[in-house]
Design a binder for this molecule. Structure first.
Ligand code: COA
Ligand code: AMP
Length: 634
């Protein structure tokens, strides 16, 4: 069966389609229903079944004779080391770590927060939680203490797993002080923190609260996998919403496992035993699905890379890894390729490596601009697949499913909806749009396995954010169109989320931080186009009357404040003091218009503008700050 047959069947007979796909996993007891459409608005998958994701990712492969196969390759460009773990070794370590967690009182349903750099212990932490039926929540290392505190308070972890430091080019990031600061602010306190001591910077441990990871694991007894319901949560992953309060996306166990297993074979076209290299971070959904769970569930080998696409040591880093570890599939964000293209415009460094085994490059996390797509296509000489998904969906919604059938590529499009996902374009009023017309990208319910069933302890928030605006659909928050051939084009967000180097950030969250500066009366943050990162945030500040300090001083403080409260990942480097912000007569700040001006695009003066001269002021301010502002066409 090719793509279309699979697509049709998955929609017409989801029970049959996914019931068959589920045969690829081990279950401790069978389901009573493949899809229970009544269980929640989006449907629940494999209700009544019991399983364990860690068993499926590790133990069953050992039992099936894969024990000596490499499961995980830790390649650290930051330390110049490579370490491999076979399935047998990884299972043993994870079983002991789970034993250490159990000894600290962690049991089924308890939360464990993981705040770690890209080291193998991060993957072990996730798998050990899965082994116990505990719910992990990984927080990306580039977030600041305040963001960490918000997540600790929401997830209420019994234990926190962390490391003494992370390694970024040119600097060592001390994680422990960030964790200590977050815990000092947090109302919720975990029972214990278990810390990996890295030789680059050891952390001071507080015996009343902290344990040394190596000692805890060395003295622990291994524990077996705990059977959990397929519908039990495997993890919570926080992602940016439209305010400073992140959304706790919940992932179930059984449906997710089935979706990932299906995708490895049919979408990525990988075979068990082959090597997948996903250059992302375990703090993002891409890392959860395709660094840790997907490849291991499938019996493949995963590369966990601590380093950057460029500068560690050069733009040949990915090519080295592909050759050295016999990588078949590389998955990263377009921004990584923009960085490689910037540093090695002709791709000359590729000539130093044997890439003959490399089969396909997958890109996601942000819109793939045609320039980057063509540059990659011309050089890697393997299919370059842009695919579209979100933290919420857990796995790709639109892609060229190479394992089923390679469809022709149209630049600017992540190809067609993946089997299981019925994507439609709706008007603001919920009416279907014609082919080629831009509207809101919505997905008809039920969602396939793997998609979020809810937000953590917030069913009402789940319905409000995703389900109420378009009854019968999941609202993606993305706008775009579908052409007459069924190709999906994702154009922009309909909310305040921006995408910075493949990282999803809320401008509303940054505005909340800036509004906390004592001299700021009001502010707006917009995403401005950037050659490397796709978008970067720009803050516009109106000062309180009577403030006489130099604007440049306040701008610097604003930049430092966002870094301190949200973290370096926000890449918030520019704040500009302006005399006023353009608004509609009802007081809505014209962020979209300002963004067009900063991006040097033509714009129309909105009919509802309160005072058209406010746009002239902003244009002049941006021009003075070095932005190439456009001519006004309206
Ligand atoms: N811990 C602490 N700090 C971190 C961090 C971590 N885990 N990850 C990033 N940071 C810091 C960086 O050091 C940087 O700090 P700086 O402002 O002092 O320079 C800041 O956060 C921004 O990081 P990043 O967005 O990674 O920018 P960069 O300039 O360091 O690198 C790229 C740019 C394009 C090379 C990089 O973004 C990249 O490799 N992207 C690949 C794609 C990817 O990972 N996408 C994720 C979703 S698929
Ligand atoms: P995240 O939840 O961090 O994975 O970010 C999801 C968002 O990133 C989506 O809603 C899109 O806005 C954007 N995105 C991800 N992949 C793509 C893609 N292939 N094309 C366009 N936008 C994308």
């Amino acid at each position: 069966m090719g793509y279309q047959d699979n697509y049709n069947r998955a929609w017409a007979d989801p029970e049959g389609f996914w019931g068959e796909a589920a045969q690829a996993a081990d279950w401790f007891s069978p389901w009573t229903s493949v899809l229970d459409r009544e269980a929640s608005p989006g449907g629940r998958w494999f209700t009544g079944a019991t399983t364990n994701v860690c068993h499926n990712a590790l133990d069953r492969h050992v039992a099936a004779g894969r024990g000596d196969q490499v499961a995980l390759i830790y390649d650290s460009a930051m330390t110049g080391t490579v370490e491999t773990f076979t399935y047998a070794a990884l299972t043993e370590q994870v079983a002991k770590l789970a034993g250490a967690l159990a000894a600290l009182g962690v049991g089924q349903g308890d939360r464990v927060l993981v705040y770690m750099p890209m080291i193998p212990e991060a993957a072990m932490a996730m798998l050990a939680c899965a082994r116990l039926g505990a719910v992990h929540s990984v927080v990306f290392g580039g977030f600041a203490a305040t963001e960490l505190k918000t997540r600790i308070e929401d997830a209420q972890p019994k234990v926190i797993l962390s490391a003494s430091c992370g390694l970024e080019p040119g600097r060592v990031i001390a994680y422990k002080p960030l964790l200590d600061a977050a815990l000092a602010m947090s109302v919720h306190k975990p029972a214990r923190c278990v810390i990996v001591q890295r030789p680059q910077l050891e952390a001071a441990l507080d015996p009343a609260r902290d344990d040394d990871w190596a000692t805890a694991v060395a003295t622990a007894a291994p524990v077996p996998c705990v059977p959990v319901e397929a519908t039990d949560p495997l993890y919570i992953l926080y992602t940016s919403g439209t305010t400073g309060v992140p959304k706790g996306v919940v992932r179930d166990s059984g449906g997710y496992m089935v979706a990932l297993l299906w995708s490895l074979k049919n979408l990525y076209g990988l075979a068990p035993g082959e090597v997948m290299f996903t250059a992302s971070d375990v703090g993002w959904v891409v890392g959860h699905s395709y660094i840790v769970y997907g490849p291991l569930l499938y019996g493949a080998t995963t590369v966990l890379y601590e380093g950057k696409p460029v500068g560690t040591p050069d733009a040949g880093a990915f090519w080295r890894i592909i050759q050295q570890h016999s990588v078949k599939i590389l998955f990263t964000a377009p921004t990584a390729f923009r960085a490689i293209k910037r540093d090695d415009p002709t791709g000359a460094l590729m000539a130093d490596y044997d890439l003959s085994g490399f089969r396909a490059l997958f890109l996601a996390g942000e819109r793939c601009d045609p320039d980057t797509l063509h540059w990659a296509q011309d050089r890697v000489k393997v299919p370059v697949v842009d695919h579209w998904w979100q933290t919420e969906t857990g796995w790709p919604v639109a892609a060229n499913c190479l394992g089923l059938e390679a469809l022709p590529i149209k630049s600017g499009s992540p190809t067609k909806a993946v089997p299981g996902w019925k994507v439609e374009v709706l008007s603001a009023e919920g009416q279907p749009m014609a082919a080629g017309e831009i509207g809101v990208l919505a997905i008809k319910l039920p969602l396939p396995p793997g998609a979020l069933p809810t937000l953590w302890e917030n069913d009402a928030g789940f319905r409000k954010s995703y389900l109420v605006d378009y009854p019968g659909y999941y609202k993606t928050g993305d706008a775009g169109f579908i052409d007459e051939d069924g190709y999906i084009f994702v154009m922009s967000r309909i909310d305040d989320i921006i995408n910075v180097a493949g990282h999803r950030l809320s401008t509303g969250g940054m505005e909340e931080v800036l509004a906390g500066h004592p001299d700021v009366a009001e502010c707006a943050v917009i995403g401005v186009a950037d050659d490397l990162k796709g978008q970067v945030p720009l803050g516009l500040l109106v000062l309180k009357s009577g403030v006489t300090r130099p604007a440049s001083e306040i701008e610097k403080e604003a930049v430092a404040l966002v870094r301190d409260k949200i973290g370096p990942v926000a890449a918030f480097k520019t704040a500009l003091v302006v005399s006023r912000l353009p608004k509609t007569r009802s007081g809505k700040i014209l962020r979209g218009t300002m963004q067009k001006i900063a991006d040097s695009q033509d714009y129309k003066v909105p009919a509802t503008i309160d005072d058209p001269t406010s746009l002239e002021d902003i244009t002049e301010r941006l021009r003075l700050a070095g932005y190439a502002v456009p001519g006004e066409t309206g």
